[in-house]
Every structure is written in structure tokens, then in C-alpha cells.
Design a protein around this ligand. Structure first.
Ligand code: COA
Length: 207
């Protein structure tokens, strides 16, 4: 446990991503978890920690929270309503390069790599095995999915979804609200919001 590790964590959400976040929190040395999700039923929980439908009226002092919703827009909306300090969770097996900056509410999952001087905006998810290489900027509430690779000096906007195993070559700019399909290869800048698939990635109509 590092000096900044909170004693406990409110995990806002109770889906698949919330369970991954719980795993990361426990391996990062956080001892107590409480899932908070309006859908939680009586007696529900995960890994020995309870799930409740609403935040306690008086939160436990020094606990932090993390919004653990996989959907970027929902994660932003809930995050913007929080008054508790939002944790920054980095799995012990992830590596973070020198001069990298990581915003509040960010989750960096196992075996991810954040390169030197990369900047990760608040509420972003850098998922299992993903690479964000040197000097690349990731916007707020963007999700870099499992095993995706973003090469150096890219600028990725806010609310972007980079699908599993996708590749973005170095120096690329991607605007806000873009979805890159799983396995796509981005070799040119993307300005317009929309969904882009394939190699090289091309825009497709509404899916
Ligand atoms: C691109 C994506 C968002 C589209 O999802 P969708 O709207 O549900 O689309 P559908 O599954 O209905 O597929 C529509 C068409 O696109 C094709 N398609 C879907 N995803 C594709 C992809 N990544 N690459 C190439 N083609 C794809 C489908 O084969 C289908 O083609 P068809 O009309 O010829 O049959 C989704 O497939 C995707 O890649 N999401 C990323 C998910 C991910 O990486 N999750 C990781 C979480 S950690």
C-alpha cells in the first residue's frame, strides 16, 4: 500500500468492469470495497464485498470512490456528480513511464503500459495489456480496450472507444466521440465522430 492508497473504495457500478476494478483495487492494496449500484439486490456482492443500491448517507472518512461503468458517456455523467475524492487505480503489473501524467478516476489495468510523458485524461480506462506509448495524450473518459496499442505522439480525444486489439500508428490525431472497432488499424487522422473499422480503418454508417 502506498501513502496515497485509501483504506477503502466505493466502486460505483456492479457490472463486469466494476468487478475488474475490484480486482485491481485489491491487488493495489485497498482493503475494503463497497459496490454501489441502483440495480444491486439484497445480499448481492462480489469477492466477499457487499453491493448496495445507494451510497451511505455518511461516507466512511478517507475512503475514495471510482466510477466503474464501461460506457464512456455514463462514466462521465456519474463522475461529474461525485463529491468524494476519485481514486486513480494502477494495477501493480502495469508500468508507467517517467513524466507520465494520470488523471483522477483513471483505471490502468494489469499489464498495461503507459509510456514516458504520456498524459491520460480523467476517467479514462487503459485496459488489460493496452499500450499508450510516449507523449501520447488520451482524452477524458476515453477507453483504450484490452490489448489495443497506441503508438507515440498521438492525440486521442474525449469519449473515444478504441476497440480490443486495435492499433493506432504514431503521430495520429483522433477527435472526440469516435469508436474504433476491434482489430482496426488507424493510419490517418480521424476528425469526425463515428465508427471506423478495418485495416486501414474506414468510416462506416450508423451501426
Ligand atoms: C464496431 C462495433 C462497435 C460495432 O458493433 P455493433 O454496432 O454491435 O455492430 P454489429 O456487431 O451489429 O456488426 C455490424 C457489421 O459490422 C461488422 N463488424 C462489427 N465489428 C467489426 C470490427 N471490429 N471489424 C470489422 N467489422 C466489424 C459485422 O461483421 C457486421 O457486418 P455485416 O453487416 O456485414 O454482417 C463492435 O463490433 C466493436 O468492434 N466493438 C469493440 C468492442 C471491444 O473491443 N470491446 C472490448 C472491451 S475491453
Amino acid at each position: 500500500m502506498t501513502p496515497s492508497t485509501p483504506p477503502g473504495l466505493y466502486i460505483l457500478g456492479f457490472g463486469g468492469h466494476a468487478r475488474s476494478v475490484a480486482d485491481i483495487a485489491l491487488t493495489a492494496g485497498i482493503r475494503q470495497l463497497l459496490f454501489v449500484d441502483a440495480t444491486a439486490g439484497p445480499g448481492e456482492g462480489f469477492a466477499g464485498f457487499p453491493a448496495v443500491a445507494a451510497m451511505p448517507a455518511i461516507p466512511t472518512p478517507e475512503w475514495q470512490c471510482i466510477v466503474a461503468l464501461g460506457n464512456n458517456a455514463q462514466r462521465r455523467a456519474l463522475s461529474d456528480r461525485q463529491t468524494l475524492a476519485q481514486a486513480r487505480l494502477i494495477a501493480p503489473s502495469a508500468t508507467v513511464g517517467i513524466e507520465a501524467q494520470i488523471g483522477a478516476g483513471v483505471v490502468v489495468a494489469p499489464h498495461a503500459r503507459i509510456g514516458a510523458a504520456a498524459r491520460i485524461g480523467r476517467g479514462a480506462i487503459i485496459n488489460t495489456g493496452a499500450i499508450v506509448d510516449h507523449e501520447t495524450e488520451i482524452g477524458e473518459f476515453t477507453h483504450v480496450s484490452i490489448n489495443a496499442a497506441i503508438a507515440g505522439r498521438c492525440r486521442i480525444g474525449s469519449n473515444v472507444m478504441i476497440g480490443a486489439g486495435a492499433t493506432v500508428i504514431d503521430g495520429i490525431t483522433i477527435g472526440d466521440d469516435v469508436t474504433i472497432g476491434a482489430g482496426a488499424t488507424v493510419v490517418a487522422d480521424i476528425v469526425d465522430a463515428g465508427t471506423y473499422l478495418g485495416t486501414p480503418a474506414r468510416r462506416v454508417g450508423p451501426l
